[in-house]
Design a protein. Structure first.
Length: 217
């Protein structure tokens, strides 16, 4: 248990460091290359699901490392919370690597930030879930509650985009695609969240049955 604990603490420290590095680096780059005022640029920065989700993951790792017994530490230590964040981070990586990666060619620091945000940090969080998160409490119903965050996010970017004209992702750009196409894209994205959520719950249940079978055998 002692080795397990030390390994977990090291993982949390590394995950926190990489998480905050990516978030701060991307913030610096978006300010440096801004095409709007600083207040508008900051709002746009926090309009990206990737940024919000990486921020959530970094806060999770940081509270588990530095304040595990605080209110936020207790919240982030729940199996349901950790699994939900894992789902969100996986979706960030899947959408970027299947769709968005081919739309531009970042160079230099921007490429480093992109790889951290979309590959390294999601992979790190997934590995933490596999190695250190208990799956015994996962239920199918949790997949529905985990949709609240992405649904609220979609509502936010569409509402704000209607007034500002800024849409953070090409598949959400109402100006170019129109509402029917964008709403269809958003529906497909929400269904992807739901499918991946069910997948993680299924994995958890499978591992629990396997553990029960091993103990009874």
């Amino acid at each position: 248990m002692h080795v397990h604990g030390k390994g977990r603490q090291f993982f949390l420290a590394a995950g926190s460091l990489l998480g905050w590095l990516a978030i701060i680096l991307q913030f610096y780059l978006i300010l440096k290359n801004r095409e709007a005022s600083i207040p508008e640029t900051i709002i746009r920065y926090f309009s990206f699901f990737t940024v919000l989700t990486n921020l959530l993951a970094a806060l999770c790792f940081s509270f588990l490392l530095l304040g595990p017994h605080s209110a936020f530490g207790n919240f982030f230590s729940r199996t349901t919370t950790l699994t939900a964040i894992t789902v969100y981070m996986c979706i960030v990586s899947i959408i970027y690597n299947l769709i968005l990666r081919f739309l531009w060619k970042p160079q230099g620091l921007q490429r480093i930030a992109d790889e951290l945000l979309h590959v390294v940090n999601p992979g790190c969080f997934l590995l933490f879930w596999i190695m250190y998160v208990s799956k015994s409490a996962l239920q199918w119903k949790h997949a529905f509650s985990w949709l609240i965050y992405p649904v609220l996010y979609v509502a936010f970017i569409l509402f704000r985009g209607a007034f500002s004209g800024f849409y953070p992702y090409p598949f959400s750009n109402v100006r170019q695609l129109g509402y029917p196409h964008v709403l269809l894209n958003c529906t497909k994205t929400i269904l992807a969240f739901f499918f991946v959520s069910l997948l993680f719950v299924g994995i958890g249940k499978g591992l629990r049955r396997r553990g029960t079978a091993i103990r009874s055998g």
